[in-house]
Structures are given as structure tokens and as C-alpha cells.
Ligand binder design. Structure first.
Ligand code: ZN
Length: 510
């Protein structure tokens, strides 16, 4: 009896080892693809595209074949009926989820989606340049149809938009996301009205002028140094659309330098630092399995928004960082920390473009996209109605109406990628950032004094301990509950923006 049990335990271990090595091979293929993608965005010469597209497509099919092979299914079945420890259970849960989704969608449909999106990108680009929605409409129609079909294969009984959303945010249910977005809409619309009616005169021109790229880069490196970025496991480069990518051993940051927009390069660098810093905090010994991988998009975005908004747009940060900025740019000599703070937090009147939005109005841009794409996928809105629906909502929520579709519903790349359900994670990330920051201050006291001294290890230590080191060990709601004692909710975010903006804009009623 004892021998039987010992034997079955060792068989279980062998099965888990075989499973783990398969999972690691899949991760290595994806991580190799990530390096090639970084290379494509950052250093590859223009003519490299045809070969690179083939390399990436091969890696993507290798990883798909490894994941969806019968062997993976057999190993999962076997492990699910054996005794597993907590870590093994988490790894099996995560791989099972991916396996079920990828095996339920026929390869022909995957190929059709990928071909359609590859062709959609230039069509969208041209339509935007020509300000001609009609040009993009048939493609958008096709993309919506394919996404519905895709969702139907994964779960024919579920709301297709909920299925698509779960691709980006597997553990936060759509009702929770919807409730939070509605709350943001209902509370932010009157707050933005009050800001726009306010007579307060913010100093908004602290960073007006033109700024040399090389000096901007030096300052971006200063900011990363100050925040504690590990240069032995990272690097900084430029890319037209900044991003960060990598693993806990090599998490790279990109940023952009625009001579007219010094503040934009600083905030974008800090944002991408937040993403890379999360990746660097994942456990080394979890590399290759979900235990060493970041939780999904909302948690990732919470890390970038926390550093960008709660640190990089704080008064304390500008008291600390302005002297460094003055060393690189002596023309900032007469700028005060208060003026820098006000410039970094001004709310714009003319709010048409999402990527140029401030911390407050940003969420209405997201709510608008969410409402439109949810109705599109549900069939409650025709593609031909998108421009009017878009413009009406901008007028209603933000008090501005785009003159052109280029500045309206054609401004974002996401739908041309076939990404429906992605946008909400941006707002959920900000909401979670505020919740985590408040919980960290509850645990460790206010960070302002430390930030003013350029000391960020207290805050980062809390994030390492409560978020980063767990990888995908817990589902997202469990992770949030353990870190904050609460479920995901908008209260801390709303408290943060109400207090910040009523102070900046002298709003009595808030
Ligand atoms: Zn981000």
C-alpha cells in the first residue's frame, strides 16, 4: 500500500514535470517572439518586414501547436485528477484556460481573422488620412462579424462581448467592469463640468518651449535612475508608440521625444517604467510558467498608472524632480514646483483625442469606446451609425463635437487590429492604481515625504510584496482582495480625483 502510494506520487511528479517543461517551451517561444517584436519596433530597418512577418508567424504557430496538442490536453486531464500543491494548481488553472480557448476556435477562423486584421491596418490608416469613414466601414463590418463568430466558438451561451473582454481580462467579469465604467461616467461628467466652469487660473505653460532630444533622453534616464530602474535588466530606447516588453530578466522601456512636449516624454517614460517595474518584480524562479508571468491587462495598467499619476503627477514628485530637470534644461530655472504640478494636471477644454487626454477626461474617452463597441458586437448598433453615435457621445459627455471622423471614430488603431474589449482595461487599470495606492498608504503611511526625498523603495517594496511577486498565482479578484482587503471598485479613484481637482480648481461643492 505504502509502495503503491509512493509510486503514484512519483508518477504524479513525472506528469507534472513533463507538463511544466511543455509550458516552459511555450513561454520561451512567446518570449523569443517578444524580442523580435521589440526589434521590429525599435531597431529593424524598414525593409526587414517581409522576413520578420514570417518569423513571427512561424513562432506563433509553433506555440499554438505546442499548446493545443493532444499531449497538453492529456497532461491537463491527468493533473486535474491528481493531488497538486497550491503553485501547481495555479499553473494548471492558467494553462487549462488558454488551452480551452485556443482549442475551441477552428484554425481556419484564426487564419481568417489574422489575414483580415493584417489587411485592415492599411485600410484604416488610409481612411484616417483621407478622413473617410466609408472607406473603413466594410472592413470594420467584417471584423465585427469575425469577432462575433470567434466568441461564439468559445462560448455560444455567453454574451459575445463578455467573451471578447475575457481575452484581455479573464477574471474580472463584464458586469463589474460595466458597473465601474458607468460610475465613472456618472461622477466624472459633472466633475469635468465644474472644472470647466471654474475661474481658477492654472499655470499651464511651465513646459512651453522646444527641448532638445538628446537632453530629453538624458532626463528620461535620470527619471528611470531616480525611480530605481535596474539597468542590468533593462534598457531605454525610442519608439513611435511607446511600450515596454520583456521578462523578469530583461524588461525594456521605450519612450518618445517630441521637441514641443517635454512633459509628455517624462510622463510616458514614467508610465512605461511602471509596466517594466512590474515585470522585473516577477519571481526569477517562476520564469517560464504562469507563476513568473504578470497578471492581465488591468493589473499591468494599474502599475503604469500608479507610477505615472500617483507618483509622477504629484506635487511631491515635482518638488523632488524639478531641480534635476533644471540641470538638463536651464530654461526651466524660473518654473516653480507648483507651476510644474499645475501644468502636469491641467484639464483640457478641447478634448477630442484619447491619447492626449488628462487624468480626468481620459475615462470618458474610454466609456465612449466601450459603449460603442459593446453595442456593435451585440448588433444594437450598425457600423454605418458609428460616426454619429461617436460624435453625439463626445458632445454629451465631454461637451465637444469632432469636426472630422479622423479626429473622431477613426483615431484609434485598436478596432483595426480586431481588438474589441481591450479599451475598458485602461480605465480599470487607473481605478485599480488608486485602490492599490490607497491600500499601500494605509499599510505604510503616506508616501509624500519619501517621494519628496526621491525615496521610492517604500512604495515599490509594498508593490513587490503584494502584487509583483505573486505572478499569476492568484486570480485577479483574489490578488486585489489580498492586497487591498476589498473587491475592485471606483471609490478610491473617485476620492483621489475629487480631492486633487477640487483643490486645483477651487471647487467648493467637491
Ligand atoms: Zn500602459
Amino acid at each position: 500500500m505504502a509502495t503503491d502510494q509512493a509510486q503514484s506520487e512519483s508518477e504524479g511528479t513525472d506528469t507534472y514535470d513533463a507538463f511544466e517543461s511543455r509550458v516552459e517551451r511555450i513561454a520561451n517561444v512567446s518570449n523569443a517572439a517578444g524580442v523580435l517584436q521589440w526589434d521590429q519596433e525599435v531597431v529593424m530597418p524598414d525593409e526587414g518586414t517581409p522576413a520578420r512577418a514570417k518569423q513571427l508567424s512561424t513562432l506563433s504557430s509553433v506555440s499554438h501547436e505546442l499548446l493545443t496538442a493532444d499531449e497538453t490536453g492529456d497532461l491537463l486531464d491527468e493533473l486535474e485528477s491528481s493531488e497538486l500543491d497550491e503553485e501547481q494548481t495555479a499553473v494548471v488553472r492558467e494553462v487549462r484556460r488558454r488551452y480551452d480557448r485556443e482549442t475551441s476556435v477552428p484554425q481556419e477562423l484564426v487564419a481568417e481573422i489574422s489575414e483580415t486584421t493584417a489587411n485592415a491596418h492599411p485600410v484604416w490608416k488610409r481612411a484616417r488620412e483621407n478622413d473617410d469613414f466609408e472607406e473603413f466601414a466594410p472592413t470594420l463590418e467584417k471584423l465585427v462579424e469575425l469577432q462575433r463568430e470567434y466568441a461564439n466558438h468559445i462560448d455560444p451561451d455567453e454574451d459575445p462581448y463578455a467573451v471578447l473582454f475575457a481575452d484581455y481580462e479573464p477574471y474580472i467579469d463584464l458586469e463589474t467592469a460595466e458597473r465601474i465604467l458607468e460610475r465613472l461616467r456618472d461622477e466624472l461628467v459633472p466633475l469635468i463640468d465644474a472644472v470647466q466652469d471654474s475661474d481658477a487660473d492654472l499655470e499651464t505653460d511651465a513646459f512651453a518651449g522646444t527641448f532638445d532630444d538628446d537632453d530629453q533622453e538624458a532626463l528620461a534616464r535620470d527619471a528611470l535612475d531616480a525611480l530605481g530602474y535596474d539597468w542590468d535588466r533593462g534598457r531605454l530606447d525610442t519608439a513611435p508608440h511607446p511600450f515596454s516588453t520583456g521578462t523578469q530578466f530583461d524588461a525594456r522601456v521605450t519612450t518618445r521625444f517630441d521637441p514641443d512636449d517635454l512633459l509628455g516624454s517624462i510622463t510616458s517614460t514614467i508610465h512605461e517604467f511602471g509596466h517594466a517595474n512590474y515585470t522585473l518584480g516577477l519571481p526569477d524562479d517562476g520564469y517560464g510558467t504562469p507563476l513568473g508571468e504578470a497578471r492581465d491587462l488591468s493589473v499591468h495598467e494599474s502599475q503604469s498608472r500608479l507610477w505615472e499619476n500617483h507618483v509622477g503627477r504629484s506635487r511631491a514628485f515635482w518638488e523632488y524632480f524639478l531641480p534635476t530637470a533644471r540641470e538638463r534644461f536651464p530654461e526651466l530655472e524660473s518654473v516653480t514646483p507648483e507651476a510644474a504640478y499645475e501644468a502636469a494636471n491641467q484639464v483640457y477644454d478641447d478634448n477630442l483625442i484619447r491619447t492626449e487626454a488628462d487624468e480626468l477626461t481620459y475615462h470618458l474617452h474610454i466609456v465612449i469606446r466601450f459603449e460603442i463597441e459593446r453595442d456593435l458586437i451585440a448588433g444594437d448598433l450598425d457600423v454605418s451609425e458609428v460616426p454619429d453615435a461617436w460624435n453625439d457621445k463626445y458632445e454629451e459627455y465631454l461637451g465637444v463635437r469632432p469636426d472630422t471622423d479622423a479626429e473622431g471614430c477613426l483615431q484609434d488603431i485598436h478596432w483595426s487590429h480586431g481588438s474589441f474589449g481591450y479599451f475598458p482595461t485602461y480605465s480599470l487599470g487607473s481605478v485599480l492604481a488608486a485602490q492599490l495606492y490607497a491600500a499601500a498608504e494605509d499599510d505604510r503611511g503616506e508616501f509624500n515625504e519619501q517621494i519628496r526625498e526621491g525615496e521610492f523603495s517604500g512604495l515599490n517594496g509594498w508593490l513587490r510584496e503584494n502584487i509583483h511577486r505573486h505572478g499569476k498565482r492568484y486570480t485577479t479578484p483574489e490578488l486585489i482582495e489580498r492586497a487591498t482587503g476589498d473587491e475592485l471598485g471606483a471609490d478610491p479613484f473617485l476620492a483621489h480625483v475629487k480631492s486633487k481637482y477640487s483643490d486645483l480648481y477651487d471647487l467648493d461643492e467637491y
